[in-house]
Design a protein around this ligand. Structure first.
Ligand SMILES: [Zn+2]
Length: 233
């Protein structure tokens, strides 16, 4: 069943939604493209994944956490248009940004120190859009970027076709779409071993070309700061 996307404005998405799809003999979409997302931080290590226990948001973590130093750059994970900018630190998200990509995929960047883009700005993959911070509910933990993905109607159907439904399911549909595990769309990152294990146990699918190297190894070789965050949590 398609979720109800009440509140979603089509104006911006219609400007950039370039969909590639194939249909069956009844003109139903059987497959379409889903954008691949690249690492949003310098330290390409995920320290917390989809479904980890939380005290807010239905008790489940609905995103990926990337540890890093406060003030380090945050990169756009794909080309797109900035559709949300919150420069006020007054919610669990803190200061945050949302970017709409081709095909109804939205990526969000939470707990920022400072946002460096404005609403409706076009950004390209790898462009610096913010600095990493500790705003919102990340304030008491080690500094990290909370990264998550929302999918609009057709993109969500395609995600279901390819990756199925993890436990504990998907997030409640909101204005930007349904929250899904970003793991399946995320290339070029490593995962803390227990993070990957616990996500796999919840039925989360990972990007097919994601490196098998574990986060601790990467952190131990060359990036000393990473080890500190990884052992902190
Ligand atoms: Zn998070």
């Amino acid at each position: 069943m398609l979720p109800n996307f009440a509140g979603h404005s089509g104006t911006i998405s219609q400007q950039i939604n370039k969909l590639d799809w194939t249909t069956d003999s009844h003109d139903r979409i059987v497959s379409m493209s889903l954008v691949t997302l690249t690492p949003p931080t310098l330290l390409r290590i995920v320290s917390s994944g989809w479904g980890a226990p939380r005290t807010h948001r239905n008790g489940n973590h609905e995103g990926l956490d990337f540890p890093g130093d406060v003030g380090s750059p945050i990169f756009a994970s794909a080309d797109g248009i900035v559709v949300q900018v919150d420069n006020v630190d007054n919610s669990f998200a803190g200061k945050f940004i949302a970017i709409q990509h081709d095909g109804g995929v939205v990526s969000r960047y939470l707990h920022n120190e400072k946002n460096l883009v404005t609403i409706r700005q076009r950004v390209t993959r790898g462009e610096v859009i913010a600095t990493l911070g500790q705003t919102g509910t990340s304030g008491t933990g080690a500094p990290h970027l909370h990264f998550d993905v929302k999918l609009q109607a057709e993109a969500f159907q395609e995600y279901l076709r390819r990756f199925g439904t993890p436990s504990p399911g998907y997030s409640t549909p909101r204005a930007l779409g349904v929250g899904v595990p970003a793991e399946a769309l995320m290339s070029g990152v490593s995962y803390r071993p227990e993070t990957k294990r616990s996500s796999l146990n919840r039925g989360v699918k990972f990007h097919s070309s994601a490196p098998a190297v574990v986060g601790l190894l990467v952190a131990g070789v060359g990036i000393g700061a990473g080890l500190r965050y990884l052992t902190n949590r």
